[in-house]
Design a protein around this ligand. Structure first.
Ligand code: ASP
Length: 563
């Protein structure tokens, strides 16, 4: 056996060493009586020494049921120290004493810890299972270039200066979107790639500047074909990797997701739907409601006993700057059938009975109400719903509810500039039923686009593409590109559409996110061998870093220092 010394114990005549390798931990036994030199050498071993040991596998006299290998030990006959080790900066244990920064700096040591290593092993398995599904279904894995020209997918590009073309830059792909579409024009028919993508965005816990997609595209398909194929992939992954049969995916329209859950990636592990009370509650003299664009309620089952203190605390919670509500109104539907609200001054028992009927409360339930500006209130209620679901233990990470969200709007308006933006990306087609609205009411046009959502996390998204040059041109013009700009940036794609582009569509899954979901963790970082921190830095290799004046000169770059 070869591995690293986890810990040693001396019990007089016996010395035990736990040896760790990729597969787990094994107990080595050294006996002073049988070989005193060897035993004394074993006592000198330090944590994380690299060891090769040869011996006899024997049944333990006192077994350790907590250890996978707890029934056996190795009686060591020979041992060689392959390399000693300095004392590691944190303990290499499942529960380590090392803080985030330290662990990132010594990520190669962090990766030795079983939970971290297991996350990377899970990632490997996910990739292999995905590949075999794609291959079995006739998909061809094709690599697309990393040094490209900017593709507008909503984020900022990372750019790379070109030494051979001074003053010019490559961009790193935000996704292989245009290339995979060109591959369809070439006739590859079914493409996939497990591929790095790069987006220069502000970072959050579940975002990394470079991340991985399972990127896919198919020709001669309609939406239904794509949904079936990739529902198949996800079900296959669940079955093979987690041993879970998930039911057929639910389908929900974007409009319904917003209406009932307040966001476009609903967590369907629990119901607690949003219920609109605006019309019902206005005109009764309660200013907060009367002034509101939107009044929303949720019915929290079985929580009418919520105490004053708990409600005050929830009120503070919705008032945090992230949600920015001015307050929280509640009505307790008591076990005896009576209803008591925090606004009894304005609402009579008959009014409250209507609230109850609208949101389906029963004796024992708690009704929570938020009011204010439309977007903010919907967002806050969606967060409050998730929070209540969490508090009630309704968001079990071992239960998976997967759904397709369909019929996204094609465009969204940027309120500041008044310009239309593609909600998915500019290559997405409109639903055939809505094409006639493109000129008159572009905001009403629904896209032939879909997201896959698992437990409130968007794991993938895609669309049926435009494959007609004139329509693509029109899309660019709706998005505010002049013909000239569109030609300059996307001429290659529009030209390709002149040479027999097949109807096509596809999807991309956020692979890191998918892995974290399967592993039951919130953060994608655990599933990336060498991730970056919240400031986009790799603290282990200390990157990004400045480059020498010589390099800058060679690249024809002058650095402006901004104070
Ligand atoms: N390229 C898209 C994305 O990165 C996915 C797709 O439309 O296939 O989100």
């Amino acid at each position: 056996m070869c591995g690293w010394v986890q810990r040693g114990r001396d019990l007089g005549g016996l010395t035990f060493i736990d040896l760790r390798d990729r597969y787990g931990m094994t107990q080595l036994l050294f006996n002073l009586e049988t070989d005193d030199a060897l035993c004394l050498a074993a006592r000198k071993l330090g944590r994380e020494f690299v060891l090769q040991a040869t011996g006899i596998v024997a049944e333990r006299s006192s077994k350790n049921p907590k250890m996978a290998t707890g029934d056996i030990e190795i009686s060591v006959l020979r041992m060689e120290v392959l390399n000693p080790s300095s004392i590691p900066p944190f303990t290499i244990e499942d529960e380590t004493d090392g803080g985030d920064d330290l662990r990132m700096k010594y990520r190669y040591l962090d990766l030795r810890r079983a939970p971290v290593m297991n996350s990377i092993l899970l990632r490997h398995r996910m990739a292999q299972v995905s590949r075999s599904y794609m291959d079995a279904n006739g998909f061809i894995e094709i690599e697309t270039p990393v040094l490209i020209k900017s593709t507008p997918e909503g984020a900022r590009d990372f750019v790379v200066p070109s030494r051979m073309n001074p003053g010019e830059f490559y961009a790193l792909p935000q996704s292989p979107q245009t290339f995979k579409q060109l591959l369809m024009v070439s006739g590859f028919d079914k493409y996939f790639q497990i591929v790095k993508c790069f987006r220069d965005e502000d970072l959050r816990a579940d975002r990394q500047p470079e991340f991985t997609q399972i990127d896919c595209e198919m020709s001669f398909v309609e939406r239904e074909d794509i949904l079936n194929m990739f529902e198949g992939l996800v079900r296959h992954l669940f079955k093979t990797v987690r041993g879970i049969e998930i039911p057929t995916l639910e389908r929900i329209t974007y409009a319904d997701a917003m209406k009932y859950y307040g966001n476009d990636k609903p967590d369907l592990r629990f119901d607690m739907r949003l219920c609109e009370l605006t019309n019902l509650v206005q005109g009764k003299g309660f200013k907060v409601f009367d002034d509101a664009e939107l009044v929303l309620a949720i019915c929290v089952k079985g929580q009418s006993e919520y105490t004053r203190k708990q409600l005050d605390e929830l009120t503070e919670w919705v008032k945090r700057p992230q949600l920015g509500m001015t307050g929280l109104i509640y009505a307790k539907h008591n076990a005896d059938g009576s209803i008591k609200s925090s606004v009894d001054k304005f609402f009579q028992i008959e009014d409250l009975a209507q609230w109850s009927a609208s949101c389906g409360s029963n004796p024992g339930d708690l009704i929570l109400v938020l009011a204010g500006a439309e977007t903010r209130t919907r967002k806050a209620m969606s967060e409050l719903r998730l929070e209540m679901g969490e508090r009630m233990g309704l968001r079990d990470k071992n239960i998976f509810r997967c759904a397709w969200v369909l019929d996204f709007p094609l465009l969204e308006k940027d309120e500041e500039s008044g310009r239309w933006h593609a909600m998915h990306h500019p290559f997405t087609s409109a639903l055939p039923d809505d094409i006639h609205l493109l000129d008159s009411e572009p905001g009403k046009v629904r896209a032939n686009a879909y997201d896959m959502v698992v437990n409130g996390v968007e794991v993938g998204g895609g669309s049926i593409r435009i494959h007609n040059k004139e329509i693509q041109k029109k899309m660019f013009s709706l998005l505010g590109f002049s013909d000239e700009e569109a030609q300059k940036q996307f001429g290659f794609l529009m030209n390709a559409f002149e040479y027999g582009a097949p109807p096509h569509g596809g999807i991309a899954f956020g692979f890191d996110r998918l892995c974290s979901l399967f592993g039951g963790s919130e953060s994608i970082r655990d599933y990336i061998a060498f991730p970056k921190n919240n400031a986009g830095r790799d603290v282990m290799i200390d990157s990004p870093s400045s480059i020498s004046d010589e390099q800058l000169k060679e690249l024809a770059i002058r650095v402006h220092k901004i104070d």
